[in-house]
Design a protein around this ligand. Structure first.
Ligand SMILES: [Mn+2]
Length: 318
């Protein structure tokens, strides 16, 4: 029996949460656990918490039941966190740690700080969804749970392209396909489809991108003014960094968007050599070897200057 099963046997009230600005892996992981518990342990009272997320994930069962705030007098026997490397990543739901007798975190971030009572960490896994699959009873995974897990894996692997994709990832994906999920629609509608405005801001960002470090690094940014002009929010900026990364000759891509005046959320991606999690960690962030992020103050120019010095150093060692 694994630690998750063990904890679920004695829990009556369970809360599930993930990280701020939830992505496909985070949402899929929260809902996979929610849907699994609700069918396998129907006597458990469940609550799930996440910040508001994109409509494209609303096809997942019970997505409409995820709450955006924590009730004051709620208490839980068990808190299950997913895909969250440190306590700050929990955002508004951090308060759940005090409201829960026990806590467990299921994650795949190499930078995980083990802030819960128990941690199921598999740093080699493609996604938290992949880790969750290994913790569940395979026979009891139904179509709804399979859809959630497949969505999580698709999003964190860039549709099974990134180097985090392993033979194990593909075997799990195959098992999930056998549960009867509509994998074509999941990939098309939750991953590739973009709104007209999303395509416009993507196009604008690519037009304004700049190659530096001999073409080995590319950066671009979106400021508040641009976001207001195109009427987009941070949710609409998904995928921009990925398009930048695909530029021929580029090893590292940097994408910045302004969260407050002169405060930028910085995303970093690398192709095959540079460990961007180390660079992000230096600036107080974290993530994975090929995909990481941090938040920095200053102008775009200052921030890119600061980061590119570290990238230059890392490239020299390659
Ligand atoms: Mn993840």
């Amino acid at each position: 029996m694994n630690i998750l099963e063990e904890k679920l046997l004695s829990a009556k009230k369970v809360a599930i949460t993930g990280h701020v600005n939830p992505d496909g892996d985070c949402i899929g992981s929260v809902l996979a656990i929610y849907n699994y518990i609700s069918t396998v342990y129907p006597e458990i009272k469940l609550s799930a918490y996440l910040e508001e997320f994109s409509d494209k994930f609303m096809f997942l069962k019970n997505s409409e039941n995820i709450k955006q705030s924590v009730e004051e007098d709620e208490e839980f026997d068990l808190l299950i966190c997913v895909d969250s490397a440190d306590i700050q990543r929990l955002g508004f739901s951090e308060v759940l740690l005090q409201k829960s007798k026990e806590s467990i975190n299921i994650d795949h971030h190499v930078t995980n700080t083990k802030f819960t009572d128990e941690t199921c960490l598999e740093a080699d896994a493609s996604s938290t969804a992949e880790v969750i699959y290994t913790l569940l009873n395979k026979e009891k995974i139904d179509k709804a749970v399979a859809e959630c897990l497949y969505t999580g894996m698709v999003h964190d692997t860039g549709v099974f392209r990134y180097s985090c994709t392993s033979p194990k990832t593909m075997r799990i994906a195959a098992d999930l396909m056998e549960k009867g999920i509509d994998y074509t629609t999941i990939v098309d509608e939750s991953f590739y489809e973009k709104s007209y405005l999303q395509n416009q801001i993507l196009g604008r960002t690519l037009l304004e991108s700049i190659l530096i470090l001999d073409g080995k690094c590319i950066f671009s940014y979106v400021n508040r003014k641009m976001m207001n002009f195109y009427e987009v929010t941070k949710k609409d900026l998904d995928g921009i960094i990925e398009q930048l990364r695909q530029t021929r000759g580029v090893e590292v891509a940097i994408f910045l968007y302004e969260v407050e005046t002169q405060k930028y959320k910085v995303s970093l991606r690398s192709k095959t050599k540079v460990d961007v999690s180390k660079i992000a960690a230096f600036f107080g962030g974290g993530g994975h070897v090929r995909a990481a992020g941090c938040t920095m103050d200053g102008t775009v120019h200052d921030i890119v200057n600061n980061i590119s010095m570290h990238i230059e150093q890392a490239l020299l060692k390659c």
